[in-house]
Design a protein around this ligand. Structure first.
Ligand code: GLC
Ligand code: GLC
Length: 666
């Protein structure tokens, strides 16, 4: 290849982008260093500039990829925003940053365990949170996800996911000062705080949206609107609908849009949630300002809401676009310049093949989010429980690409959303199932329509056109606990409790931060209270967002009660988990076939902390597994289990129906 060809080929190449980054850095560095000394003092300035240099390719390259020749100017502004935020960062948080820069895997430790709740439903207002930290501590919580709490629009607000002001707390929950106090209280209890960062859209009432609508040049291009249906129809042709029954399509007619002539505004979710247009770098910088500002209030983890939707491309699902990843990488790198202790958690409820990229697993590792919901595991657990068979889980989990060692999953059984059956046709086909038929079966099963089903859930967003639907319902109700209580059947209740603890035994030991969803520790059932509230009634996801039942919580210490049994079970999972170094993140589990299609077996090898093996029998009948496959011929001790030590005979371990066990190298 001649020198010329090489030169020409390098334009727009990765090498050229890196060269451009180095040039920009060389030009900016002296000024940045001076500004940093003025803003932070010598020592912290040193650290800031070093961080910026290390992150150079994670900041400048994405800017070039997304915004072309505006990259240099944006680079300077973005670093300016990060520096200003670093300067405003309170001293206590800087100390936390320093600890976390020394211990970057802090969120991967076995002691990290999450709890997820709504402020109003859990404790009323933020200032009363400290009164309930003992409940969380009893459960071993070290990571608290408070559901959306920023000021939403008035009226319907999608459970707080329609934010009208990122810098104010919902007045019904308290003030920003209360949030800061809550964060400090959590830190004092050695817990970290996670909040939602809704960045795909704002409420239509947000000042950015109102400014844009009014033609304020400061907000020009913040959102997108189309004067007629041509482009919306073209996009809609390939975009799957999120809320087909009440918000079909991805656009909403807004009479004031397009300079008053009216236009179709991009609204992936509800019509009052307007998608931001990240092809406009002003949006990116504005959002960076909001993230770093919130980080400085004491937020440790941002749950990056609905990130698959942030970048649109004609002819695609408008999800998981490469530029969306680049954008996340950019926001991540910039946020961590200002607040290096902060991590991102991706809410990407997508197919297994698309999921790991949110943890930075691209053709080469590119830091993106440290955490992501293991949506696949969650879905496969419910699927396995319905069929009493783990072949699909084994197939799908084994086929997933490994995640980068510096990241980890959050593992969960239930959350505040519906369960969407993210099972690919290819995985279903590989184990002899028809994907569509299986997803339909799961909907029938968990909505209780399937004959003999123990579940009491409900269909969410049934789409007549495609036959798709998702499932709402609390974990306890989906596990048969509600049904058993109604039928006053103690044996069925036992089985329901076994199912619930079985699922949590996997979530607590598969690898990653386990999240306990509010009320599951007390087996709270579906709550029909939402039907009395006209704003909530049409959205049955509220059935599994029950208010905390403190009377039920008071029974948690009584082993004769349902609450006592479940609470003790969940609490013990956390206790044992904390003691097992092999359960720390940074390594991937290997899913094994130990000779029973009803038993999920996974092994975690940790280079320093030894090996862990978990077994979980999803069928109601005892199953035998091959002991040597389980132990890998190593010496193992059973450290926990549903029914005491498993029996071994003739090289076979017997796992009781809906039973489970954890083993570790002594
Ligand atoms: C996320 C939230 C969901 C919300 C949506 C729109 O998926 O989990 O509750 O409806 O984003 O913000
Ligand atoms: C987000 C989630 C999806 C969920 C929806 C509404 O789009 O990705 O799984 O169904 O919000 O809850």
């Amino acid at each position: 290849m001649s020198g010329d060809t090489l030169g020409a080929g390098a334009t727009g190449s990765a090498a050229a982008r890196r060269d451009a980054a180095v040039r920009a850095w060389t030009a900016l560095r002296p000024r940045l260093a001076d500004d940093a000394v003025a803003a932070l003092g010598e020592a912290d300035a040193d650290a800031f500039v070093t961080r910026a240099e290390l992150a150079l390719f994670d900041v400048h390259v994405p800017l070039g990829l997304l915004y072309g020749d505006r990259a240099d100017a944006l680079f300077e502004r973005a670093l300016g925003t990060a520096l200003a935020a670093a300067a405003e960062r309170p001293a206590a948080l800087r100390r936390l940053d320093r600890r976390r820069e020394i211990d970057p895997g802090w969120f991967q430790r076995a002691r990290v365990q999450g709890y997820v709740c709504y402020v109003d439903r859990f404790c009323g207002t933020l200032d009363r949170l400290p009164e309930h930290l003992d409940h969380l501590e009893e459960l071993g919580t070290t990571y608290l996800h408070l559901m959306p709490l920023l000021r939403p629009r008035e009226g319907e607000n999608d459970g707080g996911y329609a934010v009208a002001d990122y810098r104010a707390v919902d007045p019904r929950l308290g003030t920003m000062a209360d949030l800061e106090t809550a964060a400090a209280a959590l830190h004092a209890w050695d817990m970290s705080l996670c909040i939602d960062l809704v960045l795909n859209h704002t409420a239509r009432e947000h000042p950015w949206a109102q400014g844009w609508l009014a033609g304020d040049p400061a907000y020009a291009g913040f959102y997108s609107a189309f004067p007629d249906r041509t482009l919306p129809d073209a996009y809609d042709a390939t975009i799957p609908e999120v809320f087909p029954d009440r918000a079909p399509g991805s656009f909403s007619w807004v009479p004031e849009a397009c300079g008053g002539a009216g236009g179709w505004v991009w609204t992936t979710f509800w019509p009052y949630q307007w998608d931001l247009d990240y092809t406009n770098p002003e949006v990116t910088l504005a959002m960076l300002g909001e993230i770093t500002w919130l980080a400085n209030r004491g937020v440790d983890v941002f749950r990056m809401d609905a990130v698959p939707f942030m970048w649109k491309r004609m002819g695609t699902s408008c999800q998981n676009q490469p530029e969306g990843h680049t954008l996340l990488q950019l926001l991540h790198a910039l946020t961590r310049l200002a607040a290096p202790g902060v991590v991102f958690k991706a809410e990407a409820i997508v197919a297994p093949d698309d999921l790991v990229a949110y943890l930075g697993a691209h053709e080469r590792f590119r830091p993106e989010c440290e955490l992501a919901y293991h949506n696949s595991l969650m879905v496969l657990l419910w699927s396995s429980l319905a069929t009493g068979d783990v072949r699909l889980a084994r197939q799908a989990l084994r086929r997933m690409r490994p995640i980068p060692p510096s990241t980890t999953w959050v593992t969960y059984v239930r959350g505040h959303d519906d369960i969407g059956w993210a099972i690919t046709d290819a995985d279903a086909g590989a184990v002899g199932l028809d994907g569509f038929a299986h997803r339909r079966f799961l909907n029938d099963f968990y909505s209780g329509r399937f004959p003999g089903s123990f579940a009491r859930g409900a269909l969410f967003q049934e789409n007549e056109a495609t036959g798709d639907a998702r499932i709402s319902g609390s974990a306890a109700s989906l596990c048969g606990i509600e049904d058993a209580l109604e039928r006053d059947d103690p044996a069925a209740l036992d089985v329901g409790v076994r199912r619930l603890l079985l699922l949590y035994s996997v979530a607590y030991a598969f690898g990653g931060i386990p999240l306990l969803y509010t009320g599951d520790e007390l087996a709270l059932r579906n709550d029909t209270g939402y039907l009395d509230d006209p704003e909530r009634a049409p959205d049955n996801r509220w059935m599994h967002r029950p208010p905390m039942d403190w009377a039920a919580a008071a029974r948690r210490t009584d082993p004769a009660t349902l609450e006592g049994r479940v609470f003790a079970g969940v609490r013990r999972l956390g206790e044992v988990r904390r003691s097992l170094l092999a359960l720390r993140g940074g390594t991937e589990p290997e899913v094994l076939d130990a000779g029973s299609d009803a038993v999920l077996v996974w092994r975690r090898r940790h280079p320093r902390s030894g090996t862990f093996v978990g077994v979980a029998n999803v069928s109601p009948h005892p199953q035998q597994v091959d002991a040597d496959t389980v132990t890998g011929f190593g010496t193992f001790a059973q450290v926990h289990g549903s029914d005491g030590p498993l029996g071994v005979r003739g090289g076979r371990l017997t796992v009781p129906g809906l039973g489970w066990a954890w083993f570790a190298e002594p």
